[in-house]
Design a binder for this molecule. Structure first.
Ligand SMILES: O=C(O)CCC(=O)C(=O)O
Length: 637
């Protein structure tokens, strides 16, 4: 039996002659799978100053028009939303902007432009079956200025490129399009020269001709009067253009994946984690799983979706030599940092350690590996190879804080290995040897770093694997979780990468995003206006300032201090194959955030932490201690 929402979706499909060649529930999925629309924000996609794709969605302005072959819409940008369905221009849209330049470039060379239609299109009264539907290739036939409220904005007429086939969005039961041989391509809408500015404008509206040059005093006037209730002239809607003789040929509208193996599908290259269009249900699918694409695991699955398509690929193993070729492993340059490390070549030998102290917060210790360590049996070379032969359950997850809904993590995350029984975890007792070997190394590095900091060592009891294909990265984030102890250690395998650590904006500036002083200002070393903030805090703590005075002083200071949404990096590390990093400090994750950007083709990061058993929620069962044994224990050799 089908549900009500399934029935509704089926009814919506029935309104059209056909079905979209590709569709998506989220913008990131659409942009991942459709080559000519790689624009996660904004209404058009341009590359090298040429427009390739356009989205018709949301508010289309006054007089939007859509039939089986022609679409008239506004150009996005320079506007603000005044209601769910209404955008108003904040300023005139002028020639020379990025979007219009790309649109005009496409217009001038008759570049085919792919169109996507969105379900939020408020004006045409038809219900699309999906949030985003690919329409077809179009040509841009006219671009002109209209008065929109108090400003002048661009409008664009798109005409379907292939006039010989019926559009899928044509109403069900409508007449077929006239054959090309019976069409008159010579009939163009009339045009007139403006007697004031001397420039020609096409007659677009039934109600009369208007000069469409916004600089002209006669702009948007019929005679001398402002126009009202305009409708498009039938000649403007019905003419069809032949296009330019040498126009660029369109690529495939949709690259529907077939079950044949594509060359790069088995690699870890950038192309291998692009989206595909499902050959069965035509949905744009992101690569969510390390091993390939699967319709049913899409986090944006709609209620009536039940497609079983999957395309799994055995990834061709990547040799460590190809990944680290040309990377110098000894005597590495220290990246420029605000904090200088203390370098210790001896106490964790054969690793060199570089310890960065964040005053009052904690420390970050970088264990610098070398060729000898990496090549030893069971060392980083072997770990890198072995990780490629086990199933780590790696997948990408939706980012909850993403600006654009449906954005997935830019890296793969494995199912964590834990001592606790929780639904989304695996037990160490069944972990492959490579995971336990990594845990051994991370435990050793954690112990060294923590003891060196004069604190008590808590052996890590959780391990998480992360995987990065070419071009993947993890943006600024913290690893703070309520059940975590004060230490997080990471083993880096494969591609060289850059790790950046910075203070969170709120603590760097001592204020919220809205520039309101923090109730408790920690005044961390290296923060914005540190001296002045420290002085005020000292005076407040010594009782020389009341709470109101302290706040008022800081408000005054914030008015003159330039706050930074993106504080500068305090520490930058070049992580190479085999290196480990230990971040230690109870409040380190509260005050600081970090990002990691790999530079080459394949990288794994294994992070280990200590979960505080007492803080585990009762529904998860604490399984007790787990001891590494024999060659799982690492002693630095
Ligand atoms: O890839 C890395 O080295 C860092 C991973 C990380 O930041 C995390 O697990 O939170």
């Amino acid at each position: 039996m089908i549900t009500r929402s399934q029935a509704k979706a089926l009814d919506e499909m029935k309104a059209f002659h056909g079905e979209p060649p590709a569709w998506a529930n989220t913008r990131p999925a659409l942009c991942d799978a459709i080559e000519w629309f790689r624009s996660v924000q904004g209404g058009s996609y341009q590359h090298d100053k040429l427009c390739f794709g356009f989205l018709v969605d949301g508010c289309n302005g006054a007089r939007p028009y859509l039939d089986e072959e022609v679409i008239i819409t506004r150009m996005g940008g320079d506007s603000e939303k005044v209601s769910e369905s209404e955008l108003v221009l904040k300023k005139d849209q002028e020639w020379g902007g990025i979007i219009i330049t790309a649109i005009m470039a496409a217009f001038n060379i008759d570049q085919p432009v792919g169109l996507v239609i969105g379900k939020l299109l408020y004006s045409h009264g038809f219900q699309l079956p999906h949030r985003y539907c690919v329409m077809d290739y179009f040509r841009i036939t006219d671009v002109w200025h209209e008065r929109m409220g108090t400003h002048a904005g661009f409008r664009i007429r798109f005409e379907k490129l292939d006039l010989s086939t019926k559009s899928w969005w044509a109403p069900r039961g409508s007449l077929d399009p006239p054959p090309l041989a019976l069409r008159n391509f010579n009939m163009l809408p009339s045009s007139q020269m403006c007697s004031t500015c001397g420039k020609a404008s096409t007659q677009i509206y039934m109600e009369g001709w208007m000069c469409l040059e916004p600089e002209c005093s006669k702009f948007w006037k019929i005679g001398n009067a402002d126009p009202t209730n305009l409708t498009y002239h039938p000649d403007f809607l019905s003419y069809r253009s032949l296009g330019l003789p040498g126009r660029p040929a369109p690529g495939p509208l949709v690259n529907t994946a077939d079950r044949k193996l594509r060359e790069w599908d088995r690699t870890v290259d950038r192309n291998a984690w692009r989206g595909i269009v499902c050959p069965d249900c035509k949905k744009c699918l992101q690569r969510i799983l390390w091993c390939g694409w699967k319709c049913s695991v899409d986090p944006a699955l709609g209620p009536h979706e039940s497609c079983c398509y999957q395309a799994f690929r055995n990834i061709i193993p990547v040799s460590i030599k190809t990944v680290i070729a040309g990377v110098k492993s000894y005597g590495r340059n220290q990246l420029t940092c605000r904090i200088q490390p203390s370098i210790d070549p001896k106490s964790c030998k054969p690793y060199e350690t570089r310890t960065y102290v964040l005053p009052g917060v904690g420390s970050i210790t970088h264990f610098v590996s070398n060729k000898g360590i990496n090549e030893r049996p069971g060392g980083p070379h072997d770990l890198f190879r072995n990780l490629q032969n086990v199933d780590l359950g790696l997948r990408r997850y939706p980012l909850s804080q993403a600006v654009v809904g449906g954005t997935l993590t830019g890296h793969f995350v494995g199912m964590p290995y834990k001592y606790v029984v929780s639904v989304d975890s695996r037990a160490f007792s069944g972990a492959p040897p490579v995971i336990l070997a990594a845990l051994g190394r991370l435990s050793w590095a954690t112990e060294k770093a923590v003891i060196n900091a004069g604190d008590d060592y808590l052996p890590p009891n959780e391990l998480l694997a992360l995987g990065y294909f070419e071009g993947m990265k993890i943006g600024y984030h913290d690893d703070g979780e309520s059940t975590l102890g004060p230490t997080i250690a990471t083993l880096s395998l494969g591609s060289k990468s850059k790790m950046c650590i910075r203070m969170k904006a709120k603590y760097y500036n001592g204020a919220t995003k809205a520039n309101v002083p923090l109730a408790i200002d920690p005044v961390l070393g290296g923060c914005n206006g540190e001296q002045e903030r420290r002085l005020l805090k000292d005076e407040f703590e010594a009782g020389q300032l009341t709470e109101e005075e302290y706040r008022a002083e800081r408000e005054g200071m914030l008015r003159t201090l330039k706050s930074r949404a993106n504080p500068p990096d305090m520490i930058k590390l070049e992580l190479q194959h085999g290196d480990m990093v230990v971040m230690h400090g109870a409040d380190l994750q509260k005050y600081f955030e970090h990002s990691v950007i790999p530079e080459q083709r394949l990288r794994f990061a294994l992070t280990s932490r200590y979960i505080v058993p007492e803080l585990i929620p009762p529904e998860q069962h604490w399984k007790g201690e787990f001891e590494l044994r024999g060659d799982q224990i690492y002693n630095g050799q």
